[in-house]
Design a protein around this ligand. Sequence first.
Ligand code: AHR
Length: 483
Amino acid sequence: MSKIIVDQHRQHGQISKYIYGQFAEHLGRCIYEGLWVGPESDIPNVNGIRTDVVEALKDIRIPVLRWPGGCFADTYHWQDGIGPRDKRKKIVNTNWGGVVENNHFGTHEFFELCRQLGTEAYINGNVGSGTVQEMSDWVEYMTFNGVSPMADLRAANGHEEPWKVKFFGVGNESWGCGGNMRPEYYSDLYRQYQTFIHNYDGKNPIYKIASGPNIDDYNWMDVLMKNAAPYMDGISLHHYALASKWENKRPALSFPENEWFSLIKSAQKMDELITKHSTIMDKYDPDKRVGLIVDEWGSWLDVEPGTNPGFLYQQNTMRDAMVAAVTLHIFQKHADRVHMANIAQMVNVLQSMILTDGAKMIETPTYDVFKMFVDHQDAVALDTFDQLADTTSASVSKTDDGYFVSLCNYGLTASDSVTLEFDQSVGKVTGQILVGQKMDQHNDFDSPNEVQIVDFNDYDLAEQTVTANVPPMSVVTLKINGK
Ligand code: AHR
C-alpha cells in the first residue's frame, strides 16, 4: 500500500523537457539501417531517412538528439561527412566492430533528421583526436550566417541557411575512449577548446557541455568544477544499469528473477550519483547554474545471440520499461540540477526505443514509457510526501490542466494500492498502463504487439483523492484534472 500527499505549492522547478532526450551514435545499426537507408532504398524514406522510424519517434516528442557519439565522436572528422556522398572518405569505425564507415550520414543528413523529428541538435565535438581549429570550423560551418570560409562551404554544399545548435559537447568520456586524460589536463583542454566555440547567433547562445565523470568518479567532478565551472553550462555524467559486473553482461531475455531486481537496483544508483555529484557541484556553483547532463544512461546487457558483439544490439523487455520509469522519476526528482539526459541509444543499440530488421520495425517497452510520460515534459515538478511500498516508484507534476502522475510497480507478484491525496478537489482522470505478464515480455518482429499501452481504469476517484490499483510489473500514468 502506498500513499502520496500532493501539495500543489511545493514546487521544485520545471522538469526540463530535455531529460527526455535521445542519443544516436555511429555504432552498429543505429545510424545506418536504423535511421539512414539512403534515397535509393526500397525502404520508404524522405531524403534517405526511413519514414516508419521517424513517424514512430515523432509520437514520443523527442526534444533533443545527441550525435555523432559517444566514443565515435572523438574519432570523427566532420569534413569527411560533407559534400557529394559518393566522394566522401571511407574510414574504419575503430570503436565499434572495425566496420567501414562511408560517411554517407554527415552534418547535413543529421540536421535533416532533426528537421523531420522536430528536435533540437546536441553535437558532440572531437577533442581526443581533433584540433581546436577543426572544432571551431565545425561550429562556424553549422551556425554562421554571413560570408566566411565555412559558411560559404556550407552554401556550396547546398545549405545556404545556418542551422541552430542548441547544445555542444566538448569531447566525450575524455577519461576513457576520448583520450584517457587526467582531469587536470582535460579541464585545461576544455577551457581552451570552448573558447573557440563562438556564438555567432547572438539570440541562441550555444550551451557548452564539458565531458564529466564516469559513474562515481567524484574526483573528476571536483577537479573539473574547480578549474572550469565558469566556462561551462553543463557537465556530463554517464551511468549504465548492469545486471551483474561490467565484465559479465547478462542476457536481455530469459534471465532469472534475481537479475530483474539487480538491473533495476543498478539503475536506481542514479539517485545516489546525482545527489553526490550535485553536492560537489554546489561547492563551486551554489546557484545551480551549471546543469548535470546525463547524456548516456540505460540498460547495458548482452548482445542478441548471433549478432556482432561490436554492435551492441540487445532486446528490450518489461524489465527495461521499469529501468526507464524509475530512472526518469529520479531525473524529475533532481529537476533543479539535471537539465538534460539522453538515453543510449535511440535505435538498435543498447536500451533502444526502436528495433529494425530490414524493412521491419518494432517499438520497444522503453519506447512505450517515453510515450506515456510526454506530459511530464516541461511540467512543474512537485515535491510530494511519499510513503511508498518497497517496489513502487512515483513522480507527480503540475500541468496547466491539473496533475500528471506516473507510477511504477516493479514487484513481481503483488499489486499496490496507491492513494494520491490532493489539497484541492480533483475531477476527471484519464489513465494508461503498460503491464507485463512475465519478466522478459517483449516485442519482436513476429509478434510486434506483445507489449502495448492500453487504457487504465482501475482507480477510484473521491473528492480530493484518487486510489489506483497498480499491478505488478507495470507502469501507470494518470492525468488528473483540477476542479
Ligand atoms: O553508448 C555506447 C558507448 O558507451 C558510448 O560510445 C560511450 O560514450 C560509452 O562508453
